[in-house]
Design a protein around this ligand. Sequence first.
Ligand code: GLP
Length: 244
Amino acid sequence: NTFDSKEVASKKAAARIAELIQDRDSKGENTILGLATGSSPLGVYAELIRLHKEEGLSFQNVITFNLDEYLPMDANSAHSYVYFMQENLFKHIDIKPENIHIPDGTLSQEQVDSFCQEYEQKIAAVGGIDIQLLGIGRTGHIGFNEPPSSLDSLTRQVILHEITRIDAAPGFGGIEHVPSSAITMGVGTIMKAKEVIMLAWGESKAAIVKEMIQGEISEQVPATFLQYHANTQVYLDKTAASAL
Ligand code: GLP
C-alpha cells in the first residue's frame, strides 16, 4: 500500500488498530498489540492518542509487547525504549501499566535467557499478538533481528550491526554511546503475529523496501521472511516505494 504521505499512511494504520480494539471490546475481549520504536511508528502513535482523546478510543483492554530494547539500558534513560514508549504513547492513553511489556535492558547476562523465555511465554499466555507494528532498519532488520537471523529465531540477545549503531549514533551523541547489544523478539515471534503492519517512509528506506518485497528470501535480510507471512500489510510513502 503506497500513500501520498506518511501522515496519511499513519492514520490508516492507526484506524486499522482502533478498529480491531473496538471490535474486541464489543466482544469483551483483549487486543494484543506488538509495538515498535524508532521514527516510523510516531505518526501512528500520535493518531492513536488523538483517537483516545477526541474519539474516546479506550486502551483498557489492550495488552502490549514491545519488540526490543537495548542491552544494557537503564529504563530511566532518555535513550531507553521504555522512555520512548512512555513519552510517545503510554502516558497519553488509558492503558493499564501491568499490561505493558518491554524487554528489560537492566538484566545481567545470567538473567537474559530466562527473561527471554518468559517473554515468549507471556505472549503465548494471552493468545499471541493480534497486530504487530514494524519498522525496518537499513540492514533489513525487523525488531533488532540483524542479519543473519533465522526464520525460527525467538526472543533473545543479539549483537547490533555497525550500520544500526551508526544510524542510532546521532540520538546517543556518538556511536561510542550506542549499546552494542539488545534484546529482541525473534523473527519467529514476529511471524506468529496474526497480522503485521510494516511502516517505511523516506528515500533512505527505498532500497531495503525493494529487497524486502522483491528480493530473495534470506537470513541475510531478515525482513524478507515477511514474504512468507500471509497477513502482512506494508504501508509506504511515495519515496519509500520509489524503487519498486
Ligand atoms: C531501530 C529499531 C527498529 C526500527 C529501526 C528503524 O533499529 N529497533 O525496530 O524498525 O530502528 O528505525 P526508524 O523507524 O527510526 O527508521
